[in-house]
Every structure is written in structure tokens, then in C-alpha cells.
Design a protein around this ligand. Structure first.
Ligand SMILES: [Cu+2]
Length: 125
């Protein structure tokens, strides 16, 4: 129990340290896109609210999301109504990006705090 608590603590520390928001003035190479019109229900039917909706990343590597929609969106760990508190981009402006490094193995579900139908997953291997 003590061991698992300390691992979570380290992960949270790494997360806070690595988190950063980048403005689009720099050329952003995004791994996951929030496409246009996902602020309306429907993208969930084809699972294209975040593209790709499941991304596999090597442990220690980072993922960059970009909001290509004209509405605000977020990248928030957990499920709508049940955030896990591991990461949260806050509201991303149109064309704002968000980069996070993943230093622990696992499957990380995430969602948008504004649009309950927007959900996706990061798998760290
Ligand atoms: Cu959204």
C-alpha cells in the first residue's frame, strides 16, 4: 500500500513538472486532434471526438493534443462526472495545444469537461 501511494505521488509530481500549454504561433506537431464540430453530439457515434480516440505511447514519451475546433475543449483524466485528477488541460482555446508526458504504464481514459460525449483513451506501454 505504501509503495503504490508513493508511485502515484511521483506520477503527479512528474505530471505537474512536465505539463505545459503551447500557443499555436509555434508550429505544433499534434498527436491527437480535436476536430471541428465536436461540440455537438454525434462525434461519439463514429468515435471521432478526439482523433485518434485511442493512442498508444511508449512510457516516458509525451502526447500533444491540439484543438482544431472553434469551441473550447479540454483533455481531462477520467470520465465525465468522474475525473481522476491525474491531468486536466483546462479549457483549450481554438488552436491551442496541450502536451503531457506519461511516465507510468497504464490505460488513461479522458474526456472533455464541456461535452459529455467527448471521450478517448491513452495507453502507455
Ligand atoms: Cu469539448
Amino acid at each position: 500500500m505504501v509503495i503504490s501511494v508513493s508511485i502515484i505521488g511521483l506520477f503527479l509530481f512528474d505530471y505537474n513538472f512536465e505539463e505545459r500549454n503551447t500557443e499555436i504561433e509555434e508550429i505544433t506537431k499534434a498527436d491527437v486532434i480535436m476536430p471541428t464540430k465536436v461540440s455537438r453530439p454525434g462525434c461519439d457515434i463514429e468515435d471521432i471526438c478526439y482523433i485518434p480516440s485511442t493512442i498508444v505511447v511508449e512510457k516516458g514519451k509525451s502526447i500533444t493534443w491540439i484543438n482544431e475546433d472553434s469551441s473550447f475543449h479540454s483533455v481531462t483524466s477520467g470520465f465525465y462526472g468522474e475525473p481522476t485528477g491525474l491531468f486536466d488541460s483546462g479549457y483549450l482555446d481554438p488552436y491551442q495545444s496541450y502536451t503531457l508526458s506519461f511516465d507510468e504504464f497504464g490505460t488513461y481514459d479522458y474526456f472533455c469537461t464541456l461535452h459529455p460525449w467527448m471521450k478517448a483513451q491513452v495507453i502507455v506501454e
